[in-house]
Design a protein around this ligand. Sequence first.
Ligand code: HEC
Ligand code: HEC
Ligand code: HEC
Ligand code: HEC
Ligand code: HEC
Ligand code: HEC
Ligand code: HEC
Length: 331
Amino acid sequence: MKLLFAAVLFTALFSFGAEARALSGRADSDPVDTLAFVSPFMEDNESCFKCHGQGKYEYENELLGTTVKALMCPDQIIRREDFYISNHRSFSCTDCHSADYDVFPHPGELRMELKFNCLDCHGGDETYSIFSFEMIEEDYMRSVHFKLEDEGFSCWKCHDPHTYRINMRDSRNLKETILYDNNICLYCHSDYTRFQLLSDREEVNFLKTHDWLPNQASHFRSVRCIECHTQINDSILVSHLVLPKDRAVKLCNECHSKNSLLMTTLYKFQSREKRRDGFLNGIIMNESYVIGANRNAFLGTVSQAIFGLVILAIVIHVIFRIKTRIKLKKG
Ligand code: HEC
Ligand code: HEC
Ligand code: HEC
Ligand code: HEC
Ligand code: HEC
Ligand code: HEC
Ligand code: HEC
């Protein structure tokens, strides 16, 4: 039975992806966004990328008159190819960072530089209302991570300032999006060095805490962490209310019966888009139906009625038998 479910689910997921791609009118092999994007700040940014763009950098030691070669700390390397496809690719480095960074060694006080947060730029801005930044912030402020703000947690910890790009909304390949989104969480949850910066808790083995879930690898390729770990919010595309672990989804049939969970999270956008396109959600309905909504209210009532009638018949039968017996005895 489980296998059957899995098979059906697999086919459904598979055709779903193909369907979405067909609708978005873009082929799978399309290059990621516009690699051809030309930033007006390409040249300016090179003055930073020449050191921050790769593993090695050089500077002149003016006292000794030598060129020193050194390794850039991995966390401070920004790959050009990631930056120029990110949401904020049209920015110059010094839009967000002090222009004083053009001096090397960087002046020490820049370490205390105040950084913008998302709402500084996106808050109350009509252009971005489809993203509901304010509502996202409210969710985030109630999430398990918010209490770590004093330790340095912020929206930037999940949305790398130099590489983050929206995926779900632009999803051509659901599996890739799932991978992208899950890597956001795994950045800390599968790397204790990073986790440690924010919490004194002992290392938890991520695979062990999920060992109740069969076929882990396959599940993590097909569902996102946030499907099980956030509270559903119908008004925003990506719920940001990460709940404590004891409120995470553990019931198989949240996904494996009515598919209600995935329909309101992972497939939410696609189903909405289809409706907007006037493409009636026959297919969607069908898929959620196939995945497990094989519960038909009418049939349910009928079978209950039949069951009731059978019981009634038996009862009547028994009463008659008893009555005839009594009659026989008397006679
Ligand atoms: C000559 C090489 C070099 C150049 C050019 C350079 N940086 Fe750096 N940068 C470094 C090194 C090395 C570090 C790490 C050591 C440190 O913090 O000073 C660093 C650190 C930083 C940091 C992190 C500071 C912190 O708080 O930890 C920022 C932000 C930064 N650079 C921004 C820039 C920007 C923006 C530019 C371009 C305007 C730039 N850098 C140009 C070498 C360079
Ligand atoms: C949209 C704003 C924005 C732009 C554009 C931007 N940065 Fe940053 N950068 C930040 C923020 C915010 C942080 C702090 C991130 C954090 O707290 O996790 C940061 C951190 C850094 C760091 C420290 C690394 C780290 O992870 O702490 C370096 C180095 C850096 N930026 C270099 C650059 C360079 C080089 C460019 C241009 C290619 C650039 N930044 C463009 C916002 C920006
Ligand atoms: C310094 C101001 C600034 C900050 C800080 C900032 N953004 Fe942006 N963001 C912009 C601007 C301007 C654009 C439009 C860029 C363009 O069109 O090239 C943008 C674009 C975006 C987009 C893409 C919109 C689209 O239509 O493709 C998203 C999503 C986004 N930002 C999310 C965030 C998030 C999340 C944060 C915080 C982690 C953040 N931004 C921080 C200014 C900012
Ligand atoms: C714990 C991790 C996490 C934190 C913290 C977080 N986000 Fe997100 N956010 C995500 C993930 C995962 C996505 C999905 C990315 C995708 O596939 O497009 C997302 C998506 C978004 C989007 C795009 C939604 C859309 O409609 O396409 C916006 C805007 C956004 N986040 C803003 C914020 C803001 C603002 C904050 C801070 C108040 C924040 N996020 C904090 C994980 C996080
Ligand atoms: C920048 C690092 C970082 C990122 C990114 C991150 N987390 Fe966390 N998360 C933490 C830390 C640290 C804690 C421990 C908080 C504490 O000390 O209680 C935590 C706690 C949690 C908890 C609560 C566990 C409990 O004991 O109740 C859950 C659930 C969780 N994270 C899920 C996620 C999900 C889902 C994502 C991605 C959307 C994510 N995290 C992204 C660092 C991170
Ligand atoms: C199918 C649902 C599901 C998925 C998918 C899922 N989790 Fe969980 N997760 C749970 C449940 C349920 C627990 C609580 C387990 C327990 O306490 O026995 C949990 C526990 C956790 C904890 C707390 C561990 C601890 O003991 O402190 C973290 C952190 C976490 N998950 C992160 C993630 C991340 C990151 C992902 C994505 C790669 C993810 N989870 C995917 C259901 C899920
Ligand atoms: C958050 C939603 C969700 C939850 C909760 C969930 N699953 Fe799944 N499960 C899926 C999806 C989606 C697939 C499809 C994987 C694929 O084939 O790509 C899947 C696949 C499977 C498969 C087939 C794996 C394979 O070989 O591909 C089995 C077996 C399974 N789930 C059992 C369970 C059991 C047992 C539980 C409860 C302990 C559970 N699932 C909880 C979403 C979920």
